[in-house]
Design a protein around this ligand. Structure first.
Ligand code: ATP
Ligand code: MG
Length: 446
């Protein structure tokens, strides 16, 4: 993308309405625009990040054997009357009436609808296990929308639902989700700690929330700090081997880590004092096993291997896709702006032309731009007439992890400069070597 032809409405001033750094930076970097309380447009730069986050979610769901579909945002109220949640959900639910006076609602979650799909098409244990998911906009009429996309009213969520013949199989699905979520967050450059949680209106007795540690998090968290050092890395986990999956879950949940809702002082006191930490966290996902809570009232039954008709065992699993854009910034920024992890960056690198209009410099930039694209990378080329200082400030603000700086002085020596946004370190090298280096860096993030 050439900046001269892009739409990147960066702000010079710090917006007064934003209380936390991610919200400020998303507004300043021209990523979002508020349209109503808790309702945002995603401007081109923000939209690219959102799509990258979605892409990682899809890839990791596919790896775990889960199947994507798409359910609508509007749902008939009658489905929710079957489960008893239409009245129970309260004011957070946005209720709508159509021209025929039929009650609809803008979905805050999709347990009822997916159960309806399941009961219409599946009746035998032979079709199980089955996990279906989608990434779709949700609406919850939050009493206090705030912190930008972190607590919106309209927000993008990945929600997945597993269907299994009995409790054990459903717990295997639960564990599989835990591991796939760990991998998902790691690819986004995040450490998200699974913490035992309380169940809330979705219901269920087995549930973990995934929290990213951050001062601005809304949850109070209590943990053994050795949990922050656990990494999945590149290890190959066989998702079709429940014992192997369970072993990974045990590794990640054996150290103390809980939110205020489930915190237990006595158990916490057993953590060695040097490792006992109290902090704050952002909830970026949650997994639940809730058994037959929806399948029983809604009649989602399967015939098991013994020939009996039994209600299917279910769980639901959510990732806050739009919240993640904010959470990643909370975890990765400095005083100059955002620092995108390679996995979610909106562009792979920036190209700064220090002397736009100088034919040799322009030609070198064009060459780099084409060579990077030929390697499958997406550069953002600042080909505007701005001063160098302003170009650097914009690149630092929007946080691309790598920047190539091209100027007449370097070109005389046959080099361009490659700068790492995170460390601030620069290195001079030939244009070919820079393209090669960036290609290698991003190959490690595929
Ligand atoms: P919270 O406790 O933050 O209100 P929740 O527990 O009600 O969230 P879930 O039903 O678990 O939310 O939804 C799955 C994920 O969707 C959450 O882990 C969170 O990341 C995200 N999410 C929930 N509510 C919002 C919101 N209002 N704005 C943005 N993301 C949200
Ligand atoms: Mg939750």
């Amino acid at each position: 993308m050439r900046l001269s032809r892009y739409f990147l409405p960066v702000l010079k001033e710090t917006p007064a309405e934003a209380q936390i750094v991610s919200h400020r930076l998303m507004l300043r970097a021209g990523m979002i625009k508020q349209q109503a309380a808790g309702i945002y447009s995603w401007l081109p730069l923000g939209f690219r990040v959102l799509r990258r986050i979605e892409q990682i979610v899809h890839e990791e769901q596919a790896r775990a054997g889960h199947i994507a579909l798409l359910m609508p945002t509007l749902q008939p109220a009658d489905l929710w009357r079957e489960s008893g949640r239409y009245d129970a959900y309260g004011q957070e639910m946005l209720r709508v009436t159509d021209r025929h006076k039929r009650d609809l609602l803008y979905g805050p979650t999709n347990e009822e609808m997916i159960t309806d799909i399941f009961r219409s098409h599946v009746s035998s244990y032979r079709d199980l296990p089955l996990t279906l998911y989608h990434i779709q906009w949700k609406f919850r009429d939050e009493i206090r929308p705030r912190f930008g996309v972190m607590r919106g009213r309209e927000f993008l969520m990945k929600d997945g639902y597993n269907f299994d013949v009995d409790k054990q199989a459903a717990l295997d699905a639960y564990n599989r989700h835990m591991v796939s979520y760990l991998r998902t967050y790691e690819r986004m450059g995040l450490t998200a700690i699974p913490m035992r949680a309380a169940s809330g209106p979705i219901g269920g007795d087995n549930t973990h929330e995934f929290l990213v540690l951050a001062q601005t998090g809304e949850s109070e968290v209590f943990y053994d700090d050795r949990v922050t050092g656990l990494k999945l890395g590149n290890r190959a986990v066989d998702y079709y081997n429940p014992e192997a999956v369970k072993a990974v879950c045990e590794e990640f949940t054996s150290l103390y880590a809980r939110t205020d809702e489930t915190h237990d002082e006595a158990a916490f006191a057993e953590v060695p004092e040097a490792h006992r930490k109290v902090g704050r966290g952002i909830e970026v996902g949650q997994i639940f096993y809730f058994g037959t809570k929806y399948s029983e009232p809604m009649g989602a039954m399967v015939v098991n291997a013994e020939g009996e008709r039994v209600p299917v065992h279910m769980g639901s699993h959510g990732i806050g896709v739009s919240r993640l854009a904010g959470a990643i910034i909370e975890a990765s920024h400095d005083e100059r702006g955002i620092i995108w992890p390679e996995g979610v960056t909106p562009f792979h690198c920036g190209i700064v032309n220090l002397r736009q209009g100088d034919s040799a410099t322009d030609a070198a930039c064009e060459g780099l731009y084409a060579a990077l694209q030929a390697r499958g990378l997406e550069p953002l080329y600042d080909d505007t007439q701005e001063r160098a200082g302003a170009k650097f400030a914009t690149m630092d603000l929007i946080g691309l992890p790598w920047r190539l700086t091209v100027g007449p002085r370097g070109l005389q020596k046959g080099v361009v400069e490659l700068t790492c946004r995170r460390s601030g370190e620069s290195e001079e090298m030939s244009a070919e070597a820079a393209v090669e280096r960036l290609g290698e860096i991003y190959a490690a993030h595929r």
